[in-house]
Ligand binder design. Structure first.
Ligand code: HMG
Ligand code: MG
Length: 298
């Protein structure tokens, strides 16, 4: 069966904009977030407190949060890799963070400049301090289905990394197909291993990039397995600057079109959302890759 309701974790302002060649002005980001909230999205991943040299597109994180007018009932999580990032996030008044680990050694090195063991050592004090401050903490695991340098990633390896991050005190786990290579059978295998490792599926999210056009099929497979939180980005913006061949996330419009058709509640106004993505596409100077945005606004 399918859940009656799905929580959409909107990553466009972070995963989307981190991968744009152009640095989007902070006023445009703020208007983007305001429009996403007005379209009914209630979780808006806003930015990252990472090293500005690593992700220059999000170097305005402090300015963004200072200008943000939070909407009642909307949460604005941010990415935090280390204690320096946590200090910055706390100073900016953030209440919800996400650490982001890798399932593979190669990507841990490329994305975090750390080995797998060092990534845990980096996250541990972040998660402990954040929880003590009363923050919610999500943990991402990247390269859950395949890695451009290491190839296929064993499901048991993904589950071990995920379970370790949950045991640190993270309250949610997001399984990332960073390069968009997964197919639905693999989703079942990985989600099965994660559940077998003791992580309740009610606290697991899926995060699919759409490189091979499989993101929606993979999402449906995950929903049938009991997952109720799905990451997506408005208009299909996105990718990861440190992963070869990573293109945009599952487009939120594509997801909402499918869920509307299935009678699964999301609280999102598809029309307002498609308007927002068409508006953002103009700002970025190129059309949205989302098929649904193209069909509705093309
Ligand atoms: P490092 O070079 O090893 O950093 O980078 P360090 O700890 O050695 O520190 C070096 C200097 O950086 C120090 O300054 C620190 O203070 C400073 P110095 O003393 O030399 O003047 N520094 C910072 N400054 C500001 N904010 C910080 C910070 N940390 C250190 N937070 C580091 C390690 C983790 C910082 C770096 O690798 C980094 O920033 N990586 C971020 C990469 C990133 O954001 N990738 C994209 C997000 S992940 C993703 O997209 C995947 C996802 O969508 C899921 C999926 O699709 O699978 C989540
Ligand atoms: Mg991603």
């Amino acid at each position: 069966g399918l859940p009656p309701r799905v929580t959409i974790w909107e990553v466009g302002a972070r995963d989307g904009l981190q991968n744009e060649q152009a640095v989007v002005p902070v006023e445009v980001k703020l208007e983007f977030l305001a429009r996403l909230a007005a379209a009914g999205l209630t979780t808006l991943e806003a930015t990252s407190f990472v090293h500005p040299r690593w992700v220059p597109q999000l170097a305005d994180a402090e300015e963004l949060l200072a200008g943000l007018e939070p909407v009642e009932g909307v949460r604005y999580p941010v990415l935090v890799p280390n204690e320096r990032g946590l200090d910055r996030a706390l100073a900016a008044g953030v209440r919800h963070i996400a650490v982001f680990g890798s399932a593979t050694e190669t990507f841990a090195k490329r994305n975090l400049n750390r080995t797998l063991d060092e990534q845990y050592a980096m996250f541990e004090p972040v998660v402990t301090r954040a929880r003590a401050e009363g923050l919610d903490v999500r943990a991402y695991v990247s390269m859950c289905f395949g890695d451009p340098w290491e190839g296929p990633v064993p499901a048991a390896q993904v589950a071990a990394v995920g379970a370790r991050l949950v045991s640190m005190g993270c309250s949610e786990l997001s399984l990332g197909d960073t390069i968009g290579v997964a197919t639905p059978g693999q989703v079942a295998a990985v989600v099965g291993e994660v559940a077998a490792a003791g992580v309740p599926l009610g606290s697991v999210a899926v995060h699919f990039h759409d490189t091979y056009g499989q993101a929606l099929s993979n999402t449906l497979a995950a929903l049938r397995l009991g997952i109720t939180t799905v990451d997506s980005s408005a208009g299909g913006l996105g990718g990861c600057p440190y992963a070869e061949s990573a293109t945009g996330n599952l487009a939120t419009e594509d997801l909402v079109w499918m869920l509307d058709g299935l009678g699964v509640q999301t609280g999102v106004d598809l029309d307002a959302l498609a308007d927002t993505s068409a508006w953002m596409a103009e700002r970025l100077g190129r059309p949205s890759p989302s098929r649904v945005v193209q069909a509705l606004r093309g």
